[in-house]
Design a protein around this ligand. Structure first.
Ligand code: SF4
Length: 322
């Protein structure tokens, strides 16, 4: 099963819509064809439009970039730094989950990019924060499959660390590299799992209520597809980890959704945009319901914010300890 793009679309013989030079990328849903230079220019323009449309970042804010070294977070960091380096204070957070042969390699790209782009960064390790690594958690899961899959641990632990650190450095916004494909997969997964309450966590800007406990997460690549991010990274010469996918991802449900949505997009170009547009239309209705039911609590064990008595991270780690 493919977990990352291997190429972007280009229809041979087509010309750039703007300058008439040979097209190097075709956006099939248009259909539009662009040369490298105009694709870079337009992608940047689209990201700026997303930021304005959803008020993701404002000049003067403190920004914390989350960087893994992969193409998505590298492109998001590159663009945010390019657009806001003069008007915002920017820092980066690199989380090391302890996945040997994967994260140790990818994080090196994140460090090098931060150094090249003059971004102060901090590395935080699962081992130091939680006393365990994803490698160790995986071993426990192998012994007891009822614990779930590795991603269900990794995702919530990473989100908790991001929020905790963003609070520590008093960041106004936490930038992630989520792209259009990630968002479509999450929407469809929540539909198929019958979990409309999780919809309120999606969208370009997280959070159903404004609270000092949660730092708002923003997704500047929300309207840029994975293939476009991939092409952008290559055209712009951004260095990123392009090796093997996470060795713990083989069980990730998301992989099935990725394949399905890509098949639909191929058969019906524009499906991905229609999915997020549909979601945007119903999100506000859902927000009202969720808001009236939402009560912020503090985890009884670690004091981190949560919506139940014990946060999901403690719940999962306790299951492992038992
Ligand atoms: Fe973590 Fe799963 Fe992503 Fe691997 S694929 S880094 S285990 S969330």
């Amino acid at each position: 099963m493919r977990c990352k793009p291997t190429d972007w679309d280009v229809i041979q013989g087509e010309k750039c819509k703007i300058c008439g030079k040979r097209a190097e990328i075709s956006l099939i849903y248009g259909p539009h064809h662009y040369c490298k230079q105009h694709f870079l220019y337009l992608t940047e323009k689209r990201v700026k439009r997303t930021i304005r449309k959803y008020s993701l970042i404002k000049p003067g804010e403190k920004i914390l970039l989350t960087m893994s070294g992969g193409k998505d977070s590298s492109v998001a960091a590159y663009l945010i730094n390019k657009i806001f380096s003069k008007s915002c204070e920017i820092k980066a957070l690199l989380i090391d989950e302890g996945i040997k042969g994967y994260r140790d390699k990818s994080i090196e790209f994140a460090k090098k990019n931060c150094e090249e782009w003059n971004i102060n960064y901090k590395v935080i390790k699962f081992e130091e924060e939680y006393g365990t690594t994803m490698g160790k958690i995986q071993k426990m899961i192998m012994k007891d499959h009822s614990l779930g899959n590795p991603c269900s641990f990794c995702g919530i632990m990473r989100r908790q660390l991001m929020n905790k650190y963003a609070r520590t450095v008093k960041a106004d916004k936490l930038v992630t590299g989520h792209n259009l494909d990630d968002e479509c997969q999450s929407i469809l997964m929540n539909v198929c799992d019958n979990k409309p309450e999780l919809f309120v966590r999606l969208g370009p800007k997280s959070g159903i209520i404004k609270t000092s406990e949660f730092v708002t997460r923003v997704k500047p690549l929300y309207e840029i597809s994975e293939n476009e991010v991939f092409a952008y990274a290559n055209f712009a010469g951004i260095k990123y980890y392009g090796g093997e996918c996470c060795p713990l991802s083989h069980k990730a449900k998301r992989n099935e959704y990725r394949e399905t949505i890509n098949r639909l997009e191929k058969a019906y170009p524009g499906t991905k945009y229609s999915t997020i547009n549909f979601f945007e239309r119903i999100k506000n209705m859902l927000k009202k319901d969720a808001y009236s039911e939402f009560r912020l609590k503090q985890c009884e064990l670690c004091s981190e914010p949560c919506s139940t008595g014990i946060c999901k991270v403690c719940e999962k780690l306790n299951a492992i300890r038992k």
